[in-house]
Design a protein around this ligand. Structure first.
Ligand code: AMP
Length: 410
């Protein structure tokens, strides 16, 4: 688990703010689920998912409850929906915050990692799938990422999916011991997930596996065709990837993944999502269609570094108050600047003028505001622009106007 320090932490905050701007403009409102949930909320995600079976931080609390730190937030949002039953549908929400998975830490994979995401509950319209995917796409554009690619697939309606799963089971069972041991274990639980294997000995059997498209009924085929037509009409490039199954078991119908152009394939998933029409019901709510995505903050920021966009920015202050007199004067001036909406820091501890000017420089402030004995005596103040230009001595009463002026010209 990592500390995120300045100036990187400022970038995280802007990241979330940009995301909120993009999705709020489309009618999504924030939901803030707890970090800790009843374990059952997550075990209902599926027992063939590593996230649930191997990677969960679960424990017994002081009240003898089995609880877990959330490994993701879709299940929490669906639990919240089932619990609170929002009256107006669709319920369009977004979230951001940390999740916990006991994974092997490496570049782009951490035990505490952040996601931003959206979920929409209560509507089964393919145009909603298009909207959700388009918002993810738009967000990457807003960050300045150019190399993200989009892959989509459909797992069909539940009936189609079941028939496909059985066909896969037959296919992979025929491979017998030629499949890796891990894949044989996965096969017993969820044959779909065998398609996700990156292990070499499994590849020939994955390559010859039945294709989901051959199992779509009319509804699934129509829905998926409408999603593709919608994406095309918005000019969003995508590839249909018939072997895309996604990590969590609850998905059906439309699923998608955004991939970074600069990563090793095991870590190139920047985010993804899909329809999960049975999840609210599994969590005790009414049968409710749902779709959403989650985008990894940590990994997307690595992609930004790789592509040279959305960089961390040093703090920009309007002023740094250099206090050469001590006493209350500098405190009063700093407070006055802040009250006027200007950002200001100051020197402390009666340090030398030289030491404070160094701090002023490092602070990234546009101006140093210098107050010495002479200035206190005659009610003036010195303003020294830090990025070129001459210092001026002005009446103390004109300080705010002078700094606001510098700010507009900066
Ligand atoms: P998932 O919830 O597994 O569908 O993951 C969605 C996105 O969250 C991924 O594409 C990653 O960007 C990110 N993610 C998932 N697990 C981790 C992790 N352990 N560390 C960092 N990012 C992760």
């Amino acid at each position: 688990m990592r500390d995120i320090l300045p100036p990187e932490s400022g970038r995280w905050r802007r990241f979330t703010a940009v995301f909120a701007d993009v999705v709020e403009a489309a009618g999504y409102q924030q939901v803030i689920p707890p970090l800790l949930e009843d374990l059952g909320v997550f075990t209902r995600i599926g027992d063939a998912t590593d996230v649930v079976t191997k990677e969960m931080y679960d424990f017994v609390d002081k009240g003898d409850r089995r609880v877990a730190l959330r490994p993701e937030q879709t299940a929490s949002v669906c639990r919240a929906f089932a619990q609170h039953r929002p009256p107006v549908l669709p319920w369009k929400v977004f979230y951001s915050g940390p999740n916990f998975r006991y994974e092997k830490p490496q570049r782009g994979r951490y035990r505490q990692f952040d996601q931003v995401g959206i979920e929409v509950l209560g509507v089964d319209d393919p145009m909603l799938d298009v909207e959700v995917i388009a918002l993810g796409w738009e967000f990457y554009r807003a960050l300045g990422l150019q190399q993200v690619t989009l892959i989509v697939n459909s797992l069909g309606e539940p009936g189609d999916r079941s028939r496909y799963v059985e066909a896969l089971r037959t296919h992979f069972e025929a491979a017998g011991e030629q499949l890796t041991e891990q894949s044989r274990v996965t096969l017993a639980k969820n044959p779909l997930r065998v398609l996700d294997s990156k292990r070499d000995p499994d590849q020939p059997f994955i390559a010859t596996a039945p294709q989901i498209a051959d199992f779509y009924g009319d509804d699934a085929a129509e829905h998926f065709a409408a999603v593709q037509a919608g994406l095309q009409s918005l000019g969003i490039p995508f590839t249909v990837e018939p072997k895309l199954v996604r990590g969590l078991d609850y998905y059906r119908s439309t699923i998608f993944e955004f991939q970074g152009g600069t990563f090793e394939s095991a870590q190139n998933g920047l985010g993804g999502g899909g329809r999960y029409d049975g999840l609210v019901e599994a969590l005790g709510g009414p049968a409710t269609p749902g779709i959403g995505f989650a985008l990894g903050v940590d990994r997307t920021l690595i992609a930004c570094d790789d592509e040279g966009c959305f960089a961390a920015e040093p703090l920009q202050l309007d002023a740094f108050v250099v206090d050469v007199v001590g006493g209350l004067e500098a405190a009063a001036i700093t407070a006055e600047l802040r009250a006027a909406g200007l950002s200001a820091d100051r020197g402390y501890d009666n340090r030398s003028m030289k030491a404070q000017m160094k701090l002023a420089n490092r602070s990234g402030a546009a101006c140093a505001v210098i107050i010495g004995e002479q200035e206190v005596a005659d009610g003036s103040i010195i303003v020294k622009p830090m990025r070129g230009g001459d210092q001026v001595t002005i009446p103390r009463s004109g300080l705010i106007a002078q700094l606001s002026e510098t700010r507009t010209h900066d």
